[in-house]
Design a protein around this ligand. Structure first.
Ligand code: UDP
Length: 248
């Protein structure tokens, strides 16, 4: 692997940091050991969590890439760092649900565990101060967050990503109940003719136990951030088990 320079820090979020590289189309993503829930009202750190999430996301995004679903993930650099494509993030949280849990039940009084078939795709405004409010396509377009065409593409990509993720997890005895994705606009500046390339919507951010609701298919044991949200058990053990099941 060529030596990649970790440049200026561009962004620090709740779970990750992003750094420049010498290539304008590529950034370094660092996974932190912090855990947050309920818009960061509940916070903690867990040694080793960043390394686990970096590997889980790399395994899952790598498998999605092999299935033809493009994401920002390029390669693992070390325990807590990955090389990723630089995108303009679309400020939407895209949630796909196969069973009703969490905010869907709180909002509408739907009974937890209700099967959802065909799956439901929801979009929310990525904004902690406003608590990520639920959006319709039209409101998202009105706010200029994305065009209606982009939203249609994003929802389609979320559904096919979910089909592949469900399959990958189920092969390892893990059931996917719901998950959150983010997407970005990728317009490479350094294609072989010197760019700029046409922007396209690709999967961004991370796919980890922080962003998926997961249970062991045989035992029903939780393997995701609900362990932390509701103090249901050893979060580190749950995250480690998931990584082991995925072959990490
Ligand atoms: N999710 C996420 N980030 C958020 C909100 C939700 O990763 O800011 C994930 C969450 O882990 C779950 C799914 O999206 O897998 C659906 O979450 P829900 O809307 O039910 O909210 P929750 O009750 O989990 O906060």
């Amino acid at each position: 692997m060529a030596e990649i320079n970790k440049g200026e820090m561009l962004y620090e979020g709740k779970a990750k940091r992003l750094y420049r590289t010498d290539n304008p189309d590529e950034l370094i993503m660092e996974f932190k050991d912090s855990l947050t829930a309920f818009d960061a009202v509940k916070k903690d750190t867990l040694a080793g969590k960043g390394a686990i999430n970096n590997q889980v996301s790399a395994l899952l995004m790598g498998a999605l890439g092999e299935a033809g679903i493009e994401s920002t993930f390029i390669e693992l650099l070390d325990e807590t760092h990955s090389l990723v494509k630089s995108v303009e993030i679309v400020p939407l949280e895209v949630i796909v649900r196969y069973e009703a849990h969490g905010s869907l039940c709180r909002r509408y009084g739907i009974e937890a565990g209700t099967l959802i078939n065909p799956p439901l795709v929801e979009i929310g405004y990525k904004n902690d101060e406003l608590h990520d409010p639920f959006l319709t396509d039209e409101i998202a377009a009105l706010m200029g967050l994305a065009t209606l065409d982009e939203i249609a593409r994003i929802k389609y990509l979320a559904l096919i990503t979910g089909e592949k993720l469900k399959e990958i997890y189920l092969k390892q005895g893990v059931k996917l109940l719901d998950f959150k994705l983010e997407f970005g606009r990728f317009a490479p500046r350094t294609d072989k003719w010197g760019g700029p390339g046409q922007p396209r919507i690709i999967l961004a951010d991370e796919v980890t136990a922080d962003t998926c609701r997961l249970v062991d298919a045989a035992t029903g044991e939780k393997l995701d951030k609900d362990l932390f949200r509701f103090d249901l058990g050893d979060v580190g053990e749950g995250y480690k088990k998931l990584l082991a099941k995925l072959g990490g």
